[in-house]
Each structure stands twice: as C-alpha cells, then as structure tokens.
Design a protein around this ligand. Sequence first.
Ligand code: FMN
Length: 254
Amino acid sequence: MIRNEVIDSLMSRKSIRNYTDQVPTEEEILTVVRAGQQAPFAMQLGSLVIQRNSKTNAFNAPIQFVILCDLHRMEKVMETRGWQRKASNIHSLLFGMQDAAYMAQNMVTAAESLGMGSCFIGAAPYMSEKLREDCNLPDHVFPLVILPMGFPAENPPVRPRYPMEFHLFEEKYPELTEEMTKKAMAVMDDGYLAQDYYKNAGFMIPLADKTKEEKYTFDNYSWTEHISRKMVQWSTDPDELLKQLDICKLPLSK
Ligand SMILES: Cc1cc2nc3c(=O)[nH]c(=O)nc-3n(C[C@H](O)[C@H](O)[C@H](O)COP(=O)(O)O)c2cc1C
C-alpha cells in the first residue's frame, strides 16, 4: 500500500469516545466546517448546527455537530427563483443524505489532521422531535447523524476491517462462499477480541428473546455477533423511522 500523509491519516483514524476539556478554537472549528463544506455535493443539501454544551453533548465532547439533510435551504433558493419542486422528494432525500454524509466525513478527516477526534452517533434520526425543538429545525430538514468532536483523552487502537476479497469485487459480485464468509468473520471477530473491545466497553446487546440462553461471554462475544444482534433486534418496526421522517415533513408530498 502506498503511504503518504493523507493516507496515513485516513488509516490511523479511529472513533474517539473520551475527550479532554480543551475547547477547539473558532479557527479550528471553522477550518473543520469549511473543509467539510468542500466535499463533493449533488445539490449542497447538507448543513449543520453546532452545539457547545459539553454537559449535554455526546461523550461530554466540547462541541458537537448535528448533521442535517437539508431540503429547506434549497427550497428557499428555488422559491427566490420562482421555482416549485417537481422531482420526487425521495430523490432529493437520497442526494441529501449523501451530501450530508460526505460533508461530515470530510469534517472527520479535517479534525483528525488538527489533532482532534470525533465519533458519529447514529441515534439522530430517532430523535428528530427533540432535535427539531433544540435546534429550531424547519420542516424538510432531517437530522441524519450527530458528530461530537474535540481533543482525544484516549488513544484506542485502529479497528479491524473485512479482508479485501470480501470487500472489493472484480467486475462481478461473486458468490460469497461459506469459507470466504467465515474467514472474513474471523478477521473481524479475532481483531475485536484481541483489542478486548466489548470487554472494555462492558457492552453486550442482550438477547431480546428471553427464552434463548445467552451463550456468549466477553471472551467470545465479538463484532459479527454484536452487529447481527443489532440487525435483528434493533428498529424492527419500519414505521418507527417513517414516523420520524413524517415529523420532519419528509419525504413525501406529491
Ligand atoms: C452512521 C454511524 C453511526 C454510529 N453510531 C455510533 C454510536 O451511536 N455510538 C458509538 O459509540 N459509535 C457509533 N459509530 C461509530 C462506529 O461504532 C465506528 O465508526 C465503528 O465501530 C468503526 O470504528 P472506528 O471508527 O474506530 O474505525 C457510528 C458510526 C457511523 C458511521
């Protein structure tokens, strides 16, 4: 693999869940936000709110950003030009999520280059009512993710990723054989176990089905079981998120 400053920074990044009290300067904050803004965009449908209360921010980070999928701002521009939306709002929503996500990831990388850390918090879409109130969000703005940021008070190891043959497919998507799958799972599970990730976090997702016996301990509970439990047990009702979109008046009026 080729190494240079940018690649090294991308390869050594890790989510930070412990922060010092040091508050980033306005110049640091604006640099991060400006670098985020320079990400590729479809329609500039990403915007953000900064929150500076470390007591209420995730992981008590000195700052956090609420990353927004923002159709309202573009509607203002269109309105000013005398245009009314006709394209399906799902189309705008998909572009908006991408614009917001690429922007946010640029901010993660920019923060890293300034010695700061961050960690996405995925609960934002489930908190749209509260976030709409806290941040005074207008209709057609959806809180996609929260991004706490600050100077790291921890130095966790870089987390593992799937091996390349389970990730990059040459021209055609292959049959994922049991052997390939198990090998890839072992890379992830052994990697996280070697770091005592779940043991240190003291976190194991409990089995929802109480008639099932828990077979795992922190000595063998690892990433693939954890994510499987999330995939099966979390957010099983599609209406739950549709309701949140509805609260934000998204997606869809014809
Ligand atoms: C959309 C999204 C939501 C996430 N939500 C959370 C979260 O709620 N809590 C948390 O501690 N980490 C969260 N993470 C961070 C991931 O757990 C982390 O990126 C992943 O475990 C890989 O670790 P690394 O970032 O250190 O490489 C989230 C990441 C993404 C992209």
